[in-house]
Design a protein around this ligand. Structure first.
Ligand code: ARG
Ligand code: ZN
Length: 868
C-alpha cells in the first residue's frame, strides 16, 4: 500500500497526556497506557471512530472513562484498533503484552545483550502499544518502568520523579518529560549498566547533568563522546543561540541498532559503534564519526524535537537541516576543507547513484510504502546541501535570522519543509519561490558550461545550460535556482578581480535553462574555477584539458577545487586506461597525473590533510557512478593498474614522506595529527601496492608496533591486500586473537576482509559468515560483512559469473525474516542493474528475481524489490 503526501489530513484526535507503565519481562512484557484523548476541532465536526496503530501486539483490555469495553466495543485489525466513541474528551486505558526477546526487527522494544531498549522512529512505537503513531500527535509523557533488580538502571525521557521497590524482587522508576512530543521520540532503557558522568553549564547558568551509559567493559571508551557532547552544547549556543532545556541529558550505547543513533528527548540511544572509542581500539575516522553523530543527535533537540515534522514526507526538514548543522560543527572543530571533501565524495558517489537508481526520490518525497526505506542519502545529504544553498544565498547573518525566526515561530509544533523555507524568506524579505523546486524535483541537475573570450573587447563569456535527467515518475523538470560559485585564474596562476572592489569570487544565479554571464576588462582568456566549494549538488560539465587540470591543482585558491581538479584528472586517466584495455592495447598511465602527485608529495608547504585527499584515486564506485554504462572489469583493471603505476613511479617520494611522518607521538584525534596519520598511511598503502618485500616489511613493522588503532588497522589492510597468503593470514589471526572481546574492533576486522579485493573472495566471505564473530541478528556485523562485500568490494562482488549477486540475494532472503529494515538496505546493490549491460545486468536481475520469488516479502523489502 502506497501512502501519498497529497492525502495528508490533520489527526481526528489529539492526546494531551500519555502515562505508560511497563513491567519488563523478556518474553512477556506488560504495557499499560492511559491516554487523555480529545477530539481535534481542526479536523471537522462529528465523532469518527478513534483509530490507533498497533503491530504485533497482544491486546489484553480496553477501558474508556473507567468502563471496560467488551470485544464488541472495538475492532482489532492486523495493524491497529478502531474504537467508536460518543464523546469529545475521554480517558482511554489499554493493556497489552509484547515479546522483546523475539523482536529481531530492532523496532519497538527489544533486547540487546540482555539490555532492554527501544527504537521508535519512524513507526516503532506501534510495536509497543496501541497509539496514534504519527508525528503531529504530540503528548506529554510519564513513564514508569518496573523491572527485576538485576536490571538496576531504568531510564526514560525527561526527569526522574520517583523510584522505589516493587514487591520483593523488583524495582520501579518513574520519569516525566515536561515537553510534549510525538511517540517517535519516546525511549526506554533497562539494564545492568555503568555510567560516566559530567556536567555542562549552559549560557544562562543552568547546570545540566550529562551521563553516558554502557556495559562495564566499555566505561573506558566514553571520554571522546563526552567531550564531543560538551563541544556540541557550546557550539549550538554560540552559532544558533540554542540552549539545552532539561536538567539531564543521557546517552546509551547499544550493540544491536539499525542505524547510527536516535535523538529521543533527553535520552539519546546510540549504536555502540557511533559512541564508544579509545585510541587503542578506534580509528581516526571512528573518532570523527562519533564527534559528528553525537553533535547530530544533540542538535536534533532543537531541529527535530522542539520543532518536529508534521508527517514523514517532511523527514528532510529535520534531517537535512541537522546534517547541515553537524557538518558545520565538524568543520569548525576540524579541517573545514577536508570535511567538505569527504561529504561531497559521499554525496557524489552514493546520493548521485541513488538519483540514478530505481528508488530515486526528491528530498520531500510525495509517496512511500515503507518510510524506513526513506532514511536515505537523498533525504539526509542532499537535504543538507539544499539547506547549505539557502545559507549561501542568505549569508551567515541572514541564515541565522531565518533560523531564529523558524525556532521562535514553530517551537512546540510539528511543521513542514515549507514552514522552514517561509521562515527563511520572512526573516530576510527575499523570495525563494523558484528555489522551492529543490524540494520536489527528483534527480541530479547537470550544468553544461561553455566559454568564449573576445580578445578585442576583453569580454569573457560563460554560457551555462542547466538540465536534469527525468526519472520515470517525473514528467518535467523546471529550471532550478542554483547558486554557482566561480572564480578565475590568469595565466600566471593569480586570481582575477571580478569587479572594481577586487572581489575574486562571485555567485552566479543560475535560474534559467540557458544563461550567458559576462565579465569585462580582461587582458587574456582566464581559466575558470567552477562550482567552488561545491556550492550546489549538481554535476558540472566543462571540458578542461589535462594541462588545465594540473594548473588548477597547483594554483587554485579554492581548496575544494584543487582536490576536484585532481579527481577529474584521475578520472580522465582512468577512462583512457579503460579504453585501452577494451581495445586490447597496452596500458599506460598519463604523465600529468603522476606529475600532479609528485608535486603534492614534494610540496612541504601543503596542508597534509589536502595532500592526503589529492593522492587518493577515485573509488571504483565513483568511477562507476560517473559512467553512463559501467564496465566493471575494465574499471577494476584500470584502477589496479593506475595504483601500481603511481606506486612504482613515486616509490622514493612515498618512502620519504612515510618516514618523515612515522613519528612515535602519543595519540591525539586532533585534525593535524589525523591528517598526518592519513597521509602516512596512504603512502604505506601505495608502497605496498608495489608488493616489494621492503614495503611489506614496513607494513609488518607498523602492524607489530602500532600504539593506536588507526596505524594498526592501516597496516593490517595493507597486509590483507598485498602480502602473500601466509603473512596475511597470520596477521588476520593475530589481530583476531588480540581483539576478539572488542565488538567495535571485530566489526572493523570483518569489514577489512570483506572489502578486500584480494582476500574478500566469495569463498572467504562465506567463511566469515560462519565465523563465531558473525551474528546475522546484529546489523553492524551484517553491514561489515555483507554490506562491505556488496558496496565496497567492487572486484569480487561484480565477478562475471554472477556468484556475488546470488550470494547477496541469499543473505537478503535470510535477513528479511529477522530484520526487514536491514534486508531492504542490503538488497540495494543488486537493484542497480540498469547501469550495467549484457550478461552482467541479467545476472543481477536474476538474483533480484530470486529474492522476489523466495517468500512473502516484508513491506520494506517488497518496496525496494518491486520498484526495481
Ligand atoms: N533520526 C535518527 C537520526 O538521523 C535516525 C532514525 C533512526 N531510524 C531507524 N529506523 N533506526 O539521527
Ligand atoms: Zn538525524
Amino acid at each position: 500500500k502506497t501512502i501519498y503526501l497529497k492525502d495528508y489530513r490533520v489527526p481526528d484526535y489529539l492526546v494531551d497526556t500519555t502515562d505508560l507503565w511497563f513491567e519488563l519481562d523478556p518474553k512477556a512484557t506488560l504495557v499499560k497506557s492511559r491516554l487523555k484523548v480529545r477530539r481535534n476541532q481542526a479536523a471537522g465536526v462529528g465523532l469518527p471512530p478513534l483509530l490507533l496503530d498497533g503491530v504485533e501486539l497482544e491486546l489484553l483490555s480496553v477501558t474508556l472513562d473507567g468502563i471496560l469495553l467488551s470485544p464488541a466495543g472495538y475492532r482489532e485489525f492486523p495493524e491497529g484498533l478502531s474504537i467508536p466513541v460518543d464523546r469529545a474528551e475521554f480517558l482511554l486505558e489499554i493493556q497489552n503484552r509484547i515479546n522483546p526477546e523475539d523482536n529481531t526487527s530492532l523496532e519497538g522494544l527489544y533486547l540487546s545483550n540482555g539490555m532492554y531498549c527501544t527504537q521508535c522512529e519512524a513507526e516503532g512505537f506501534r510495536k509497543i502499544t496501541f497509539y496514534p503513531d504519527r508525528p503531529d500527535v504530540m503528548s506529554k509523557f510519564t513513564t514508569t518502568i518496573v523491572a527485576p533488580t538485576d536490571h538496576p538502571v531504568l531510564l526514560s525521557n525527561g526527569n526522574e520523579i520517583e523510584r522505589g521497590n516493587y514487591g520483593a524482587d523488583r524495582q520501579f522508576v518513574t520519569w516525566e518529560d515536561p515537553f510534549a512530543k510525538p511517540a517517535y521520540l519516546f525511549a526506554l532503557v533497562a539494564g545492568d549498566l555503568e555510567q560516566v558522568e559530567d556536567s555542562f553549564m549552559t549560557v544562562s547558568g543552568r547546570t545540566v547533568k550529562l551521563q553516558i551509559f554502557t556495559e562495564t567493559k566499555n566505561v573506558g571508551k566514553c571520554d571522546h563522546a563526552m567531550r564531543s557532547l560538551k563541544s556540541a552544547m557550546r557550539w549550538d549556543e554560540e552559532v544558533y543561540g540554542r540552549e539545552y532545556d532539561l536538567d539531564i541529558f543521557m546517552v546509551v550505547a547499544v550493540d544491536h541498532f539499525n542505524m547510527g543513533a536516535m535523538e529521543n528527548k533527553g535520552l539519546n540511544i546510540f549504536n555502540s559503534a557511533c559512541v564508544l572509542a579509545s585510541p587503542e581500539t578506534a580509528t581516526d575516522s571512528a573518532f570523527q564519526r562519533i564527534e559528528s553523530i553525537v553533535g547530530h543527535e544533540y542538535f536534533h533537540n532543537w531541529s527535530g524535537n522542539r520543532v518536529t515534522c508534521r508527517d514523514w514526507f517532511q523527514l528532510s526538514l529535520k534531517e537535512g537541516f541537522t546534517v547541515f548543522r553537524d557538518a558545520e560543527f565538524s568543520a569548525d572543530l576540524n579541517s573545514r576543507a577536508v570535511k567538505r571533501i569527504e561529504d561531497v565524495s559521499l554525496l557524489r558517489t552514493n546520493q548521485f547513484s541513488e538519483d540514478a537508481g530505481p528508488m530515486a526520490h526528491s528530498i520531500r518525497p510525495d509517496s512511500y510504502m515503507e518510510i524506513s526505506n526513506f532514511y536515505t542519502l537523498t533525504i539526509y545529504e542532499k537535504g543538507a546541501e539544499v539547506v547549505r544553498m539557502i545559507h549561501t544565498l542568505l549569508g551567515e547573518k541572514g541564515f541565522r535570522k531565518g533560523s531564529d525566526l523558524y525556532f521562535k515561530r514553530h517551537d512546540g509544533c510539528a511543521v513542514t519543509c515549507e514552514d522552514f523555507v517561509k521562515a527563511m524568506e520572512d526573516a530576510n524579505q527575499v523570495s525563494l519561490t523558484q528555489f522551492r523546486r529543490w524540494y520536489s524535483q527528483v534527480g541530479t541537475p547537470v550544468l553544461d558550461v561553455k566559454d568564449h573570450f573576445d580578445e578585442t573587447q576583453g569580454v569573457y563569456q560563460l554560457t551555462v545550460r542547466q538540465s536534469c535527467p527525468l526519472s520515470e515518475k517525473q514528467e518535467e523538470n523546471l529550471p532550478l535556482h542554483i547558486p554557482f560559485r566561480v572564480g578565475m585564474l590568469d595565466s600566471t596562476g593569480k586570481e582575477i578581480s571580478l569587479n572594481e572592489q577586487g572581489l575574486t569570487e562571485t555567485i552566479l544565479h543560475v535560474n534559467g535553462t540557458e544563461q550567458i554571464f559576462e565579465f569585462f576588462g580582461l587582458k587574456e582568456k582566464p581559466l575558470p574555477s567552477l562550482l567552488r566549494g561545491f556550492s550546489a549538488p549538481v554535476k558540472v560539465h566543462y571540458s578542461y584539458s589535462n594541462e588545465q587540470l594540473l594548473f588548477l591543482i597547483r594554483n587554485d585558491t579554492d581548496t575544494f577545487n584543487r582536490w576536484e581538479a585532481s579527481q577529474r584528472l584521475a578520472l580522465n586517466s582512468l577512462a583512457e586506461l579503460q579504453e585501452a584495455y577494451r581495445k586490447g592495447e597496452p596500458l599506460q598511465l598519463r604523465s600529468e597525473l603522476i606529475d600532479a602527485y609528485r608535486g603534492v608529495l614534494k610540496d612541504r608547504g601543503l596542508d597534509p590533510a589536502l595532500s592526503a585527499e589529492i593522492l587518493q584515486l577515485p573509488s571504483e564506485q565513483f568511477v562507476a557512478e560517473e559512467s553512463v554504462f559501467i564496465d566493471s572489469e575494465a574499471t577494476v583493471v584500470a584502477l589496479e593498474f593506475a595504483r601500481k603505476a603511481i606506486a612504482e613511479e613515486l616509490a622514493d617520494e612515498f618512502i620519504r614522506c612515510y618516514c618523515e611522518l612515522n613519528s612515535q607521538k602519543s595519540y591525539s584525534p586532533d585534525a593535524k595529527d589525523i591528517a598526518e596519520r592519513r597521509l602516512k598511511n596512504i603512502c604505506l598503502s601505495y608502497l605496498c601496492a608495489t608488493e616489494t618485500q621492503e614495503a611489506l616489511d614496513m607494513a609488518q613493522n607498523q602492524f607489530d608496533s602500532a600504539s593506536n588503532m588507526t596505524d594498526s588497522a592501516a597496516a593490517l589492510t595493507a597486509l590483507i591486500n598485498y602480502a602473500g597468503d601466509s603473512q596475511a593470514e597470520n596477521s588476520i589471526a593475530q589481530f583476531y586473537t588480540r581483539w576478539q572481546e572488542d565488538a567495535q574492533v571485530i566489526e572493523l576486522w570483518l569489514s577489512q576482509q570483506s572489502c578486500s579485493p584480494k582476500r574478500g573472495t566469495l569463498k572467504n566471505i562465506r567463511a566469515l559468515i560462519e565465523h563465531p564473530a558473525f551474528e546475522m541478528t546484529n546489523p553492524n556485523k551484517v553491514r561489515s560483512v555483507i554490506g562491505g562485500f556488496a558496496n565496497r568490494n567492487f572486484k569480487q562482488f561484480h565477478k562475471n559469473d554472477g556468484s556475488g549477486f546470488e550470494f547477496v540475494a541469499d543473505q537478503v532472503i535470510a535477513l528479511d525474516k529477522l530484520n526487514p529494515q536491514i534486508a531492504a538496505r542490503m538488497v540495494i546493490p543488486i537493484t542497480r542493474w540498469r547501469k550495467y549491460t549484457g550478461a552482467h545486468a541479467e545476472e543481477m536481475q536474476m538474483a533480484l528475481q530470486k529474492v522476489a520469488d523466495s517468500h512473502v516479502l516484508s513491506k520494506d523489502l517488497f518496496e525496494v524489490v518491486s520498484k526495481s
